[in-house]
Design a protein around this ligand. Structure first.
Ligand code: GRF
Length: 209
């Protein structure tokens, strides 16, 4: 069996997406291994989940740096120590900058709780609910310099229920999001992937393409 792909996961909160990846990686056939977990703050459940799984962690807070650029470069350096094949932003509530993307561009994916290009930004579930859409969901995309604008790897649709609150809708989106993340990262790790303009292809190219 080939070496599993090395994955660094960055988190800011509860880390349920991270946990889904850690659990999937327990199966050697999955093809990936979480080699480190980083955060932009201390004391979060996401870091505790990593520690419980025996995965190395680091935390770099923007406020501990003179400039946002210095934080970004330090983050790139901390991630580089683990030489990842894929970097997963899983509920990481900071935009990575040009230094980070200069090193890892094309290998960084982010999960967003809405169906891009609708409802980018920090409040995807609330914005979808306020707009009154009947279907929303989750999007996994390759990070570019924009806010939730990168080429799309995968999407999962979630119906909005008439009595949904932001919390109930987000919880249902997160179930879909975790499944999407686990399926996509496994496929990317096992089969490889290529970004061609706005299209992300996983695995072997169709000979008819
Ligand atoms: C996810 O819905 C993510 O897309 C959003 O915040 C949530 C993080 O959840 N930005 P968790 O920390 O993985 O539980």
């Amino acid at each position: 069996m080939p070496e599993p792909a090395a994955v660094v996961v960055l988190v800011s909160g509860s880390g349920t997406n991270l946990q889904a990846l850690i659990d999937a990686c327990a199966d050697p056939a999955y093809g990936a291994r979480v080699v480190a977990v980083g955060a932009d703050r201390e004391g979060i459940e996401g870091l505790a989940r990593a520690e419980r799984a025996g995965i190395p962690t680091f935390a770099l807070s923007v406020k501990d740096f003179e400039t946002r650029e210095e934080w970004d470069a330090a983050l790139a350096g901390a991630v580089a120590a683990y030489d990842p094949d894929i970097v997963v932003l899983a509920g990481f509530m900071k935009l990575v900058g040009s230094t980070f993307l200069g090193v890892y561009g094309g290998k960084v994916v982010n999960t967003h709780p809405a169906l891009s290009p609708s409802f980018p930004g920090m409040h995807g579930p609330a914005d979808a609910l306020a707009y009154g859409v009947k279907v929303t969901g989750a999007t996994l995309f390759v990070v570019d310099p924009g806010v939730d604008t990168g080429p799309i790897v995968a999407q999962r649709a979630v119906e909005v229920a008439p009595d949904d609150t932001v919390e109930s809708l987000h919880e249902r989106i997160k179930v879909a999001e975790r499944g999407m993340l686990v399926d996509s990262i496994g496929a990317m790790a096992r089969e490889g992937f290529v970004v061609e303009g706005r299209r992300v292809r996983i695995g072997r190219l169709d000979p008819l393409d």
